[in-house]
Design a protein around this ligand. Sequence first.
Ligand code: NAD
Length: 491
Amino acid sequence: MNVTDSLVTFASHNPKTGEVLKDFHTSDQSTVDRVVADARTATTAWQALGYEGRRKVLLNWCSVLTENLNEIGALISSETGKPVGDATLEASLAIGHLAWAAKNAGRVLKSHVRPSGILMFNMKSVVGRSPMGVVGVIGPWNYPIFTPMGSISYALAAGNTVVFKPSQFTPAVGEWLEHSFASIAPFPHIFSVVQGLGETGQFLTTSNVDKISFTGSTRTAKLVAATCAARMIPVVLECGGKDPVIIAGDADIDKAAEYVLWSAMSNAGQTCIGAERVYVVEEVADAFIEKITRLAKKLEPGKSYGPATMPSQLGVIQSHIDDAASKGAKFALGSTHSVGERYVEPVIMLDVPEDSLAITDETFGPTLTINRTATIEEAISLANATRYGLAASVWSKRTGHHIASQLQCGMVSINSVIAFAAIASVPFGGVKDSGYGRIHGPEGLMEFTYPRTVISPRFKFPIEFTTFARTKFADNFIKTLIKFLHSKVVG
Ligand code: NAD
């Protein structure tokens, strides 16, 4: 970080080379407060556009993003180091979510009438959804467009204005998003970006926003949640994972090995919903290990996946490998020397003790642990024995749904990996230390609204309850009715 002419700046780097890509001004507290205040001035007009008006604006944004897919793919690749193809896929999936949110917000969030019950049958009860106001979105670097757009798209479609703080490792992607929205915005301050390190994120959480949607590490999420609690504002927390894979005896081993390897090692293992731990039943363990190791040997760091985007993560990956090795883990592939200056060679560890860091903590590198279990019940129990609960993958031809129903996490893929993230109609989010709240799907739209109840008399009822003029007859009527409805003992 440099201090120039009283403006603090920070640089974005190319993680492949370490070269500086661009300097950015850090947004201080007063800047963040001003941007949030500006965003508030735009809320009335943005809400007044209604679902149809916002749909048009957001679908125009989809067109701009789609027309410039190559440009944004190249930019994501330059800041994260991931292959351009992966970056373009990421951007494509983000566009899919934006389109879904734009097209479905009106249907999902429309007001509806609820039954008022026998006692209040003369009342009309309507429940609608109101936008929160200004939503602050704080993003990570590993999927710098897909992940924040999971909040931004849904919050905007629901009628909120948004202030986005991208990761300090991917500020140019945030800036690009802001400019692309500005090119189609009907008026200013609907979607704005503030830049900086963690401190700027903290400024956003202490500013006058009405809700925070945070994606990042569990450690930071707890700080963000504490700040939001002090301000009494709600928060969505999308945090890390230690996602398990369960391989049953009837699994398609070839497919499982192929997909699990990609889930674990694409994006250099920097995927919150990527496979980190495999539990494979003994009867197919040798076949699975042999197959996945053979495939992993073909991976080429620098081609199959990029470098570690955040250099400090290399130390974490090294510590997990060292810890597992010191506790007796065996290496099917790689060793304690697999972590390079920027790139990590694929590492597959076997028989890793369950108290190893490689089993208990998020590694976020191209590493995988594979442990054998005597039964599927043992595999399920070990899969759940973690403080995280984001996603899981199950491989079985016949019992996938039965196994999935016993897993403590937000998303399960059966005979598949990760694909739920690309399905816009299903919710995304975790339990336990992986966070709370949901993005994507109807739940993701509702997350950025609050329910509002409106009741009104449909006709005059001769017996009045909500008045000091209530009669003895009314009291007796209630007692008789309640006894008639609820006095019967059931079972
Ligand atoms: P991080 O927690 O270091 O930072 C996330 C964001 O929070 C950054 O923009 C950072 O500047 C900001 N920040 C830091 N301190 C802050 C504070 N005190 N108050 C407010 N904001 C603050 O996480 P990261 O390294 O950028 O991202 C990687 C993590 O994100 C991994 O754990 C990964 O699993 C997780 N992740 C989760 C999901 C999901 O959807 N569950 C998706 C992608 C990444």
